[in-house]
Each structure stands twice: as structure tokens, then as C-alpha cells.
Design a protein around this ligand. Structure first.
Ligand code: NAP
Length: 244
């Protein structure tokens, strides 16, 4: 069994939980982060079912010091950090005219600054190892914009810029940095949409259905694995043909 370690943020539920389980099934030991420790413990149990080690690390990824401390603990516990999946994210949707400064700042902090917080410390470990994979979870909203998601689109577009810049910085150091841009995936995040919003979305999707968390985790597995060794700085849209 390989003893590589994957760090997944926001692994308590939704896309992050499925990514953790998929990487565990690929043989990675998993360092799981979330705010919700109860949900995280469930993900960890599922991961251990594949015979790998799974450990939970409660931390708010928008807090730089907490991330630095967490990465230190992960390194001490597992010895290496081979894959980082920056998945934790939130929405605070609303039209720009009515968007509060608080909701703007919060979404930027959780979705965007978190990527700086985690990459800064995880990539330092990867640089010493001369190898690593970073997979940042962006969104179609970051590529194309979305009415009512000014803050979310800003954060997810920034993640794409961060991915490409880091890919250039780390290209010669054995660290591949890529992003995925999911479309509309069935998770607690999209459950919150109204029926009218859901119908409008499906109207734009060529495949006329939502994506599943497995359809996201499979691409992450590819980006974390050996078959994607010559791919860096790319954004893979997983949206059922929302745009083409
Ligand atoms: P989700 O079901 O809401 O799960 C997000 C997870 O992140 C939750 O477990 C949440 O924990 C955790 N989290 C939130 N804030 C955090 C923080 N400050 N520190 C640590 N963990 C935190 O969302 P999802 O649909 O799986 O989305 C996962 C990622 O995919 C997000 O980045 C999202 O923007 C992106 N995405 C989703 C879709 C979609 O259609 N679902 C489409 C495009 C992109 P709590 O439960 O404690 O809040």
C-alpha cells in the first residue's frame, strides 16, 4: 500500500466528503479538514474502510494561523503532504445592489484566502519533497460569472488566477497545480436553490441533468494520480456542457 497523504478541506459533506472517500479508495492516507467535526468523523470512518489512515483536523480555512498550525500537525502525523485539495467553500448569494460588505468579505475569506492559507504551507512541504499535486475547486461561476453571485464569482475567478500563477512558480519543482470548475452538482449547497432557479439552470445544461459528486471526485482522482503528470495550470470544467 502506498503511503502518500492527501489533504482535503471541507471534507465533512458534499463534494469534499466524496473526494476524500475516492482518494482513500485510491490508496491515499487522508488528512480531513472541516469545521463540523461530527460530519468529518463520518467521512473518516468511510475512508478507513479502504484500509488507509484517516485523521480529522478541525480548522477554519479562512484563518491563516489555524491553517499554518493544521498543516504543521498534518506533517507531524503523516510525514508527507502529497496532494492538497482546496475544496471548502460557501455561498452568500444576493444581487450586488443589496450585498452587504460582511457577506462579500466572508465569501472572499473562505473561498479565496483559504487557498492562499493552505497552499502557502502545504506547498512549502511539497517543495522540500520536490513533488506534489494541488487541486483547487473553482466553479463555472468563476469562469463565466453568475447573476446573484458577485462575491462567489469573484472568489472563484481568483482561485483560477492563483492556480495558474502557482503552476508557473512550481512547474519546475515537481508540483502540479490545477483547478476544477464544477457546474451544478447535487449537494447541500445546491439544495438551497429555489425550484425556479433549478429549472433555469437545467435549461442551460446540454446534458439536462445535475452532476453527481462522483463525477467530480473521479476527475480529482485523475488530477491526483500518475496519469495527469504533464498537466498543470489547467481548469477542467465539469458541467455537463454548460458552456462549450
Ligand atoms: P457543501 O455541501 O456546502 O460543503 C462545503 C463543506 O465546506 C462543508 O462541509 C462545510 O462545513 C465546509 N466549510 C465551509 N466553510 C468552511 C471553513 N471556513 N473552514 C473549513 N471548512 C468549511 O458544498 P459543496 O457543494 O460540496 O461544495 C464544495 C466546493 O465545490 C465548494 O468550494 C463549492 O464552491 C464548489 N462548487 C460546488 C458546486 C455545486 O454545484 N455544489 C458547483 C461549483 C463549485 P460546514 O458543514 O461546517 O459548514
Amino acid at each position: 500500500m502506498m503511503s502518500k497523504t492527501a489533504v482535503i478541506t471541507g471534507a465533512g459533506r458534499g463534494i469534499g466528503a466524496m473526494i476524500a472517500v475516492r482518494l482513500a479508495s485510491d490508496g491515499f492516507n487522508v488528512a480531513l479538514n472541516d469545521l463540523n467535526m461530527e460530519a468529518l468523523a463520518e467521512t473518516a470512518e468511510k475512508c478507513r474502510g479502504f484500509g488507509v489512515e484517516a485523521e480529522c483536523f478541525a480548522a477554519d480555512v479562512s484563518n491563516h494561523n489555524s491553517c499554518e498550525e493544521t498543516v504543521k500537525k498534518i506533517k507531524e502525523r503523516f510525514g508527507t503532504i502529497d496532494v492538497l485539495v482546496n475544496n471548502a467553500g460557501i455561498t452568500r448569494d444576493g444581487l450586488l445592489a443589496r450585498m452587504s460588505e460582511e457577506n462579500y468579505d466572508l465569501v472572499i475569506a473562505v473561498n479565496q484566502k483559504s487557498v492562499y492559507n493552505m497552499m502557502k504551507h502545504c506547498c512549502a512541504v511539497m517543495m522540500k519533497q520536490k513533488s506534489g499535486r494541488v487541486i483547487n475547486v473553482s466553479s463555472v461561476a468563476g469562469l463565466h460569472g453568475n447573476a446573484g453571485q458577485f462575491n462567489y464569482s469573484a472568489s472563484k475567478a481568483a482561485v483560477i488566477g492563483m492556480t495558474k500563477s502557482a503552476a508557473k512558480e512550481f512547474g519546475a519543482r515537481g508540483i502540479n497545480v490545477n483547478a476544477i470548475a464544477p457546474g451544478f452538482i447535487e449537494t447541500p449547497m445546491t439544495d438551497a436553490l429555489t425550484d425556479a432557479q433549478k429549472q433555469a439552470i437545467l435549461g442551460m445544461v446540454a446534458m439536462k441533468r445535475y452532476g453527481t459528486v462522483d463525477e467530480i471526485s473521479g476527475v480529482v482522482s485523475f488530477l491526483a494520480g500518475k496519469d495527469s503528470s504533464y498537466i498543470t495550470g489547467q481548469v477542467i470544467e465539469i458541467s455537463g456542457g454548460l458552456s462549450m
